[in-house]
Design a protein around this ligand. Structure first.
Ligand code: BES
Ligand code: ZN
Length: 871
């Protein structure tokens, strides 16, 4: 890691009570004028006030003491590196309350943070709106403030905006009046509850909306671009269902008088949980009945439920400092599944949790360059960096493990108590453990501390000590799991407190035993298990650990996968453990390849999704040997053949959400891997789509696009890029941007990269288009990395300090397998430090070296295995 930047939290000798904030964006000039009167509490007499302020010009500061004595500032100093302003007075402000008045001016920037401009089209004409994104530390770009989550206050917001624009903030409008410039209006909003600065929001622009009400009468609106209000209906239905669900789950009413959800054209993240005014990127909120895929629907549902969960968990009770960010994000990432399951039970979303969040978290956390869930952070650049899969996905996974361990009833009770106790205040991780511990009577603090305070997770090995006709005694032992066995350090492994359950052939869905493994080893006896029955540890894949079975236990499990007597989440978890053990060097990769055939008749989408991801990783390993890669592709085509043929191309009526997604997954893989029939059909359907003879169903567009470009030439690419310009739906543009990178010819890859840099691709989408060229094939990887180096200054300037820079670094560097490239990448980023992505560079380097070791270890045996298969 780079050396830490100096940082200190704000002094607490002067604290805000209420902000009376007045803002007038001047959209044509990309600026805004502001005035803020802050009621403060001077705790100790002082002649200086320190606040956060960034890229704001302050023209005057006065302080009016309670006794009406007025103080003019004597100096205004900025500490740019710490994003602070120090306001000095010639004499001392007395202890007690007063009002600090500040006049300022700022820029409506194009960086998608702070108070920024967003470009949208109306009838082919470009127009701009003004919107905010304050998390984590950018409220300070909009007005001088105490911009730390624990320094909560209330806010009275007033916006002065053109009369024909929609202007929204967290609260309801209490008055609207003419301004002295007659084309403007003055909109005042009700006072907010006590809240953190990062949750404040304003939006000014042109929108339509659809409105609904919860059963208790709370108005819920989804704001869409003009003329597209129908596209807000799906999200509205979810929100109207999810809000009462949370009210009931937490047993605490939603405290604000309204809930608005709004689609923003230029938006960096997926969505932001501003209290009462949640902002979304268009593709995370809008659903077009004819053109949106099943995947888009479930994504919108998850994102809406995620942000609504934050209205309690994050907004009502907020983490004390960013070290506890995971409390917000891990928790919302867990609740989004609970609520989506409630709104759309057919999505089988909890099984998908395992192939998505759980796997994303556990893969990253196996690296030496992971970090504990609770991580000390200071400077804003360090804060940006922890919006990662550890905070989100590992966070959600350990909460799911805990939920499963203490049970839903205790979990709800504990949550309610926690939220009540800390409402309108802040909390530490331990506060949550204590509430859940009290509710359940279980040692939650002790057990969970081992998961949040140390990085990594264990691998539990399970062997048979003895077996009788109807019982078995197992020996369990734990040690830290390393993504690369070669990097294991000498010395004692850290230990975890692991809730472990077991299922058996006799009881496949209901665990027969639950134990807590706290020490290195333990023995467990299971009763009522026949001698030939399979035994599965971690049923449901709730526990955040890997399992390594002895040979005899493994042999019993494989038939249970084939005949599907092992439940879905176990087939998935088993396969994923096998793969991780192979990739790390604990088991030979050929064991995993042998196990693959057991999945030939698999029918579950999530199991396939996970298998497919691992097949993708294996193919990146095989980029090292073209001949082996081709044999691998052939083998995979045969593995997919039966499911792919059964599903065919055309949806059957009433077939359901998961079938649609499975078909899409199948066609994408076999298309990419060169199935001739699929390529021909994809081309035919694409032509008909373009000629408007018959359009491709939304679920199949992305696989069709990637199939035709990965095997096509300039013609196919041009047609897709033309389509990109014609279509209006953001989801469709994203689909094209993320498919065209699979072209193979160097000049076409360059064309894709150049296109990504034009203003035809929004800046929030550029990274994914560039990334798609890097992850599709080795030629694309090489050309893209050269491109990134060449354009680094521009790219870094656009994306530094956001999660996009992390994605860019990750996608364009981590798929190498050579020490020479690792050295080159290391050297490049030492000379060009990527702000907010230093840890990501280390993770990429580790992944490159891990793959290299894997290839050295197993490359030959994999190639031999594949040769034998293709004889
Ligand atoms: N609080 C975040 C938004 C955010 C992300 C702010 C990064 C600052 C930096 C929001 O609740 C969130 O987590 N959004 C996710 C979507 C979610 C469904 C995982 C996102 O934007 O990806
Ligand atoms: Zn979140």
């Amino acid at each position: 890691m780079a050396t830490k930047k100096p940082f200190s939290r704000l002094p607490t000798n002067v604290l805000p009570i209420n902000y009376n904030l007045w803002l007038k964006p001047c959209i044509e000039e990309f600026t805004f004028d502001g005035k803020v009167d802050i009621e403060v509490d001077v705790k100790e007499p002082t002649a200086e006030v320190v606040m956060n302020s960034m890229d704001i010009k302050i023209s005057s500061v006065t302080y009016c003491q309670k006794d009406m004595k007025i103080f003019e500032s004597s100096a205004i100093e900025f500490d740019e590196s710490q994003e602070k302003v120090i306001i000095k007075f010639a004499s001392t402000l007395a202890q007690g309350s007063g009002v600090l008045s500040i006049l300022f001016k700022g820029e409506l920037n194009d960086k998608m943070k702070g108070f920024y401009r967003s470009r949208y089209m109306v009838d082919g004409e470009a127009r701009y709106g003004a919107v905010t994104q304050f998390e984590a530390t950018d409220a300070r770009r909009s007005f001088p403030c105490w911009d730390e989550p624990a320094l909560k206050a209330t806010f009275d917001v007033t916006l002065v905006v053109p009369k024909d624009r929609v202007a929204l903030s967290n609260m309801n409008v209490i008055s609207e009046a003419d301004y002295f410039e007659k084309e403007f209006k003055v909109v005042k909003y009700a006072r907010t509850p006590i809240m953190s600065t990062y949750l404040l929001a304003f939006v000014v622009g042109e929108f339509d909306f659809v409105e609904g009400k919860t059963p208790k009468g709370l108005p819920v609106r989804v704001y869409t671009p003009l003329g597209k209000k129908k596209q807000g209906q799906f999200a509205l239905d979810v929100a109207v269902k999810a809000l009462p669900y949370y009210e009931d789950y937490f047993n605490i009413p939603y405290p604000l008088p309204k809930m608005d959800l709004i689609a923003i054209a230029d938006f960096c993240a997926g969505a932001m949980e501003n209290w009462g005014l949640v902002t979304y990127r268009e593709s995370a909120l809008l659903i077009d009945e004819d053109n949106s895929s099943a995947h888009a629907r479930q994504w919108v549902s998850l994102v809406v439920c995620h942000e609504l969960a934050h209205q309690w968990f994050g907004n009502l009770v907020t983490m004390e400092w960013w070290t506890h960010l995971w409390l917000n994000e891990g928790f919302a990432s867990f609740m989004e599944y609970l609520a989506t399951d409630h709104c759309h039970p057919k999505f089988d979303i909890w099984t998908q949790f395992v192939s998505h969040d759980y796997m994303r978290g556990i893969d990253l956390d196996a690296l030496d360059n992971s970090h504990p869930i609770e991580v000390p952070v200071g400077h804003p650049e360090e804060i940006d960096e922890i919006f990662d899969a550890i905070s989100y996905s590992k966070g959600a996974s350990v909460i799911r493990m805990l939920h499963n361990w203490i049970g839903d009833e205790n979990f709800r009770k504990g949550m309610h108590n926690y939220l009540k106790q800390h409402a309108y205040k802040n909390a530490f991780t331990e506060d949550l453990w204590d509430a859940l511990g009290d509710a359940s009577g279980k040692p939650v603090r002790d057990v969970m501390g081992s998961w949040t305070r140390q990085m990594g997770f264990p691998v539990v090995s399970v062997t048979v000590k003895s077996r009788t006709d109807n019982s078995v005694t197992l020996k369990l032992s734990q040690k830290k799991f390393y993504a690369n066995q070669k990097t294991i350090k000498d010395g004692k492994s850290p230990m975890w407190s692991i809730p472990i359950s077991f299922s058996t052939y006799e009881s496949p869905s209901k665990p027969v035993k639950d134990v807590l493994l706290k020490d290195e080893t333990m023995e467990v006896t299971l009763e009522n298990v026949a001698k030939t029955s399979w035994i599965k540890a971690n049923p449901g894949t709730y526990g955040f650990y890997r399992v390594q079975y002895s040979h005899e236990l493994l042999e019993l499990l494989l038939p249970a996968i084939k005949d599907k007597s092992l439940p879905e989440r176990d087939r998935l978890g088993f396969e994923n453990d096998m793969f991780a053990l192979a990739a790390s060097g604990i088991a030979p990769t050929t064991d995993f390849l042998d196990a693959l055939s057991a999945y030939e008749n698999e029918t579950n989408y999530s199991v396939w999704c996970d298998l497919d991801a691992n097949i993708g990783s294996l193919s990146v390993l095989l980029w090292n040997d073209e001949d082996a890669l081709n044999k691998f592709k052939k083998y995979i085509l045969s593995l997919y053949d039966s499911t792919n043929t059964t599903l065919g191309w055309d949806p059957q009526s009433g077939e359901g959400h998961l079938t649609a997604m499975l078909r899409s997954l199948m066609i994408r893989r076999v298309g990419r891997f060169g199935c001739e029939k699929t390529i021909a059909e994809a081309n035919k359907r694409f032509e008909n789509h373009l000629n408007q003879k018959s359009s491709i169903v939304a679920d199949l567009r992305s696989p069709v696009y990637s199939t035709i470009v990965s095997h096509g030439g300039p013609g196919e690419l041009d047609k897709l890029l033309e389509l990109h310009e014609k279509v209006d739906l953001h989801e469709e543009k994203e689909r094209i941007e993320r498919s065209v990178g699979s072209v193979k010819k160097p000049e076409l890859i360059t064309k894709v990269l150049d296109f990504a840099m034009t203003d035809k691709v929004r800046s929030n989408d550029k990274v994914f288009m560039i990334g798609s060229a890097a992850i599709s094939n080795p030629i694309g990887r090489d050309i893209t990395w050269e491109f990134v180096k060449k354009n680094w200054e521009k790219l870094h300037d656009m994306f530094k300090g956001s999660f996009l820079i992390n994605r860019l670094v990750q996608m364009t560097t981590e798929n190498y397998s050579s020490e020479q490239k690792a050295a080159e990448i290391k050297d490049f980023f030492e000379k060009n430090p990527p702000i907010g992505a230093e840890r990501k560079v280390q993770q990429s380097l580790e992944n490159i070296r891990r793959r290299l070791d894997w290839w050295k270890r197993d490359g030959k045996s994999i190639s031999e295995w594949l040769s034998a298969k293709s004889e």
